[in-house]
Design a protein around this ligand. Structure first.
Ligand code: SAM
Length: 247
């Protein structure tokens, strides 16, 4: 029996030299080297057909900047041979904001095809015609989709089986139950006159868990009322955060 293929990210970009970039080091880099996942960065320009290998043109209707051409990008997508069995994403500030839930779904699948836009963006007809799902990594504008793609891939790769150690399973992290993570501490016991909260060194696991939960709830309510509202509606948090327990 052939073993299942590892999770794979296929990236379409005008700058393939930007990959693996930061994904080639640390956790993701070690996992890449050991074959736990695969990365393929393909040059969109290889699908250009004219003498100048042009990939962009001026926006129809006028306006500043250039637009990535539909014919070139569609040819680059088709040349991958990837069909609807793999998610086809377009990094885009207009897209649905990326969440840990979507990251988890993507990590459980075969791995996405990711198109990185440049210039003013991509001709709408290729987005519609190739069924690209627009994904944003936040309400700000980057100069290209590559850094957004690196962020998305990094978030997925750390969830792949065998990538994180057993201890760091990701189950207690920010967003894992709709809440932000509690504050973390480590040695030294006293830093600039501030001790580690006493509960954390008490050895009482139930009290530690209750303290962390209260801190998570208080942080989420204070910093992310949107998440707090959702958590409260799901029953993951109460309507008001539990009182923080003094360490
Ligand atoms: N004119 C576009 C707009 O206003 O929506 C912005 C284009 S931006 C300069 C160039 C490319 O960077 C986009 O096509 C997209 O691939 C990428 N990009 C920029 N900001 C992003 C974000 N917040 N999330 C994901 N991709 C982004």
């Amino acid at each position: 029996m052939t073993p299942p293929s590892p999770w794979r990210a296929t990236v379409l970009t005008l700058f393939p030299e930007m990959f693996p970039g930061p994904l080639g080091v640390s956790l993701a880099g070690r996992a890449l080297a050991s074959g736990l996942w695969q990365l393929e960065a393909r040059d969109i320009r290889a699908s250009a057909t004219d003498r100048h290998r042009s990939v962009d043109d001026t926006p129809a209707g006028g306006g500043p900047g250039m637009v990535l051409r539909a014919d070139v990008l569609a040819a680059a997508i088709d040349a991958t041979g990837i069909g609807p069995e793999r998610p086809r994403l377009l990094m885009s500030p207009r897209g649905r904001p990326l969440t840990q839930t979507r990251v988890t779904e993507l990590a459980r699948g075969p791995g996405p095809l990711i198109v990185c836009g440049r210039f003013e963006g991509v001709d709408q007809r290729v987005i519609d015609g190739r069924g690209l799902e627009e994904v944003s990594i936040g309400d700000y504008v980057l100069s290209g989709g590559e850094i957004a793609a690196l962020a998305l891939i990094d978030a997925c790769v750390r969830l792949l089986p065998g990538v994180m150690g057993k201890e760091a399973s990701g189950t207690e992290e920010s967003f894992s139950d709709g809440l932000l993570e509690y504050p973390q501490y480590t040695r030294p016991q006293l830093f600039e006159g501030v001790p580690i909260p006493a509960i954390l060194t008490s050895g009482d696991h139930a009290k530690v868990a209750a303290w962390r939960r209260a801190e998570s709830e208080a942080l989420t309510a204070a910093r992310r009322p949107d998440l707090w509202e959702k958590a409260a509606n799901r029953g993951s948090g109460q309507k008001t955060p539990k009182n923080k327990t003094d360490g």
